[in-house]
Design a protein around this ligand. Structure first.
Ligand code: CP
Ligand code: NVA
Length: 308
């Protein structure tokens, strides 16, 4: 594991080893056991889009691990003024021990990894949100104890969250059903891969997708960067909502997850959101633990390689 660009690059074994370390780090934090595995290390955090959870959990995560983090907004760096990512990668590699980047194009993240010499972590692109899905998987295992035989249903836009959930859940042995409006399907390469596994279904019918689900998941109708389409999307996605009538077709003990931020009465009703707030906010907390595991896996190994 050199980078975390997308979950498709990881094996089931690698995902599970991150989740196991995340559980350990959560335990250590809860019990005030010092875990300074990245003492003296610095993470750069490049943001071309807004963030609450990703920024705070990475920054606190580095602090917990004995290192530090730098917030690099595109609004005040030369990258935001058009300095090539190829040059940014080579410069920042000389100062930092790792970079987390949140941006639009997946290609930008891949270029950063190709030109830099330090671990690169994808903190969300239009294509993928692997850090969120590692936290989601951690939460599913906490509440359900297993992945095998579990079915996750995603309702809504075939966006970055949907893409990464399909890959992450199938890799650990779950079945995935997606319900989205025509024309808003997940990326074609993800759908093609998922269909090959025999563990994936895609439909426009939310009730068909949610039948016997163990986990129901949704995300906003308009993602960051799609603000201009927001009104049009409200019409397209009307009905693509997790509500009590949809919950009735899922398993009686089904859990509900949402990456947040949530838009109540759009993709999820306030009633269902509050009824499942325990899972949803544990999921948000698990961003911290799962990302700390990623940081240790990537930046500690890198350190050992360099020090040989
Ligand atoms: N779920 C998530 O990534 O949240 P932020 O946009 O607040 O980082
Ligand atoms: N799909 C959303 C996820 C936010 C965490 C977005 O990209 O804005």
């Amino acid at each position: 594991m050199k980078h975390l660009l997308k979950l498709g690059d990881y094996s089931e074994k690698e995902i599970l080893s991150i989740l196991n370390l995340a559980d350990q780090l959560k335990y250590e934090k809860k019990h005030n056991i010092e875990h300074h595995y990245l003492k003296g290390k610095t993470l750069g955090m490049i943001f071309a889009k807004s963030s609450t959870r990703t920024r705070v959990s990475f920054e606190v995560g580095m602090y917990d691990l004995g290192g530090s983090a730098l917030f690099l907004s595109n609004a005040n760096t030369q990258l935001g003024r058009g300095e090539p990512v190829e040059d940014t990668a080579r410069v920042l590699s000389r100062y930092l021990d790792g970079i987390m980047i949140r941006t639009f194009d997946q290609e930008e993240v891949e270029t950063l990894a190709n030109y830099g010499s330090i671990p690169i972590i994808n903190g969300l692109t239009d294509y993928a949100h692997p850090c969120q899905v590692l936290a989601d998987l951690m939460t599913i295992r906490e509440f359900k104890n297993t992945f095998k035989g579990m079915k996750l249903t995603f309702i809504g836009d075939g966006n970055n969250m949907c893409n990464s959930l399909i890959v992450g859940c199938i890799k650990v042995g779950m079945d995935v059903a997606v319900a989205c409006p025509k024309g808003y399907e997940p990326d074609a390469d993800i759908v093609a891969w998922a269909k090959e596994t025999g563990k994936f279904t895609l439909t426009t019918d939310i009730y068909e997708a949610a039948k016997d689900a163990d986990v129901l998941y949704t995300d906003v109708w308009a993602s960051m960067g799609e603000e201009a389409e927001a009104e049009e999307r409200k019409k397209v996605f009307a009905g693509y909502q997790i509500n009590s009538s949809l919950m009735a077709v899922a398993k009686p003990d089904a859990m509900v997850l949402h990456c947040l931020p949530a838009h109540r009465e759009e993709e999820i009703t306030a009633e269902v959101f509050e009824a499942h707030s325990e899972e949803i906010f544990e999921e948000a907390e698990n961003r911290l633990h799962a990302q700390k595991a990623v940081l240790v896996k990537l930046m500690k190994e890198q350190y050992q390689e360099n020090s040989k």
